[in-house]
Design a protein. Structure first.
Length: 108
């Protein structure tokens, strides 16, 4: 399957339904091997509702832990995953406010 290009699933299903040769289909859609064609075909069938989708036992990506702790030296320690999600960088400054709910950090 060509990288960074989406396969036109309707055209793929139509071509296969018309009985086109595997080599012709692979050439038209830019598949490098039959495995790519088979995966694209299965995905097209599932997305078209012609075949039920597979259910995975794998857990969905979990949101990063939002728990911030106070380190030994009084520093706030923010989990790396949360830093990445929030787009924070070393040296970013914050204004701290006490609120009724606890504290609030606002990027300075």
């Amino acid at each position: 399957m060509p990288k960074k290009s989406k396969v036109n699933e309707k055209a793929l299903l139509k071509m296969i339904g018309e009985g086109a040769a595997q080599a012709a289909i692979m050439e038209k859609f830019g598949f490098k091997n039959s495995s790519q064609l088979k995966v694209a075909y299965a995905n097209a069938l599932m997305n078209a509702g012609q075949v039920p989708g597979l259910k995975s036992t794998r857990k969905a990506a979990q949101a990063p832990d939002k728990k911030v702790v106070v380190g030994k030296r009084g520093s706030l320690v923010i989990p790396k995953a949360l830093v990445e999600v929030l787009g924070l960088q070393a040296g970013d400054g914050f204004v701290v406010r006490k609120t009724k709910a606890g504290i609030s950090l606002k990027k300075a």
